[in-house]
Design a protein around this ligand. Sequence first.
Ligand SMILES: Nc1nonc1C(=O)N[C@@H]1CC[C@H](O)C1
Length: 246
Amino acid sequence: MRFDVITLFPEMVKAASRYGVTGKAIDNGVVRLETWNPRDYTHDKHRTVDDRPYGGGPGMVMKYQPLFDAVSEAKENGFGDRAKVVYLSPQGRPITQSLLNESVHCEQLILVAGRYEGIDERFIETVCDEEWSLGDYVISGGELAALIVVDGVSRLLPGVLGDENSALQDSHMDGLLDYPHFTRPENIEGRVVPEVLLSGNHADIERWRLKQALGRTWQRRPELLKNKQLSDVEYELLQEFIVELV
Ligand SMILES: Nc1nonc1C(=O)N[C@@H]1CC[C@H](O)C1
């Protein structure tokens, strides 16, 4: 899979993607990451990528042409019109696990990271296929959002996470919060590891983990359960969790 990030700060993107799972995926060729700087596609001596907003108001807006030419180059260098162009902005579709899951099927994701007040709307309308958002808040640039997409999608690609981690993608966990994790030592100032995790009984452990995931989701993010059709077993486990609370 190929990611192309359109960014005024390519070094920021390259540096952050060199580590951990993403860095390994790039090193072993499962992921290709390229960056394209709109400033390299300007034609004036000041290499202007932004201008004042029509209608007045604070800040600057990124100009259409440098962005257009940068995306065009990314497409020519990649999969052409088979690439999906995504603008990262608070106005976009929330970046959720299901969105990341869908995105593993893309051959090439061109991620446009805005700066300043944003980008010319005509670029979004004519060049971008989708708009995605980290959440309902404003950060100084879309690069961090692009890096989250690169990380979140890369870890889902075959061969990126070792088999021992692939269970993380287990269907049960989709749409639920994670279960609690423990490692040595068994006892930390009197707080011990749940007995079942020491039992070696994998069926019991899996049951406990699913119960914890269901229970924590119910406690902390009940709205997530609205979108999840619970099986009879899952419903029973959630009941068990609730009863154990009282
Ligand atoms: N929330 C978000 N999810 O993706 N991107 C953002 C975000 O705040 N972007 C900033 C808005 C103006 C500046 O151009 C960059």
